[in-house]
Design a protein around this ligand. Structure first.
Ligand code: CU
Length: 141
């Protein structure tokens, strides 16, 4: 699929409500990014242990893309392996529950939040990075 295809959908609301809706183009971009990173297995969520989730940001992916955690305090440690700046937000609908400030290439940072049971979106809010594949899901239960 040509890259121009998903650019036409860039005007949709940045923060999705409820479960993530993914365009085929975004899913393809994510799949390409994941396969390039050698982590193509998106079938099983990664468990968050001891309330610490380590997430790798890249151009343009969030890895792991699926996380699962128990309710309670979770600290997100994001590492930017990309060539440009990235950031991480953890959203429940339109509500931000954890944030990592913008990270320059090679930088890392943390953000924490107390999570109730539910489904959360992970995303990079810079530019159209979410459209390009920087999204993920966290299930708390
Ligand atoms: Cu980004």
């Amino acid at each position: 699929m040509p890259p121009s295809r998903h650019l036409t959908t860039a005007t949709r609301p940045r923060h999705r409500r409820g479960r993530p809706r993914r365009t085929a183009a975004a899913a393809l971009a994510a799949a390409l990014a994941l396969s390039a990173a050698g982590c193509a297995d998106d079938s099983r969520p990664t468990r968050v242990r001891d309330g610490e989730a380590t997430v790798t940001l890249d151009d343009f992916s969030i890895t792991p893309q699926r996380l699962r955690a128990k309710p309670g305090r979770v600290t997100f440690r994001a590492v930017n392996r990309g060539a440009i700046g990235h950031t991480l937000r953890v959203m429940r609908g339109d509500r931000e529950v954890a944030a990592v400030k913008t990270l320059l290439p090679g930088a890392s940072g943390t953000g924490a939040g107390t999570l109730e049971r539910g489904t959360y979106d992970l995303l990079c809010i810079l530019g159209n990075h979410e459209e390009l594949g920087m999204y993920g899901t966290l299930t708390v239960r």
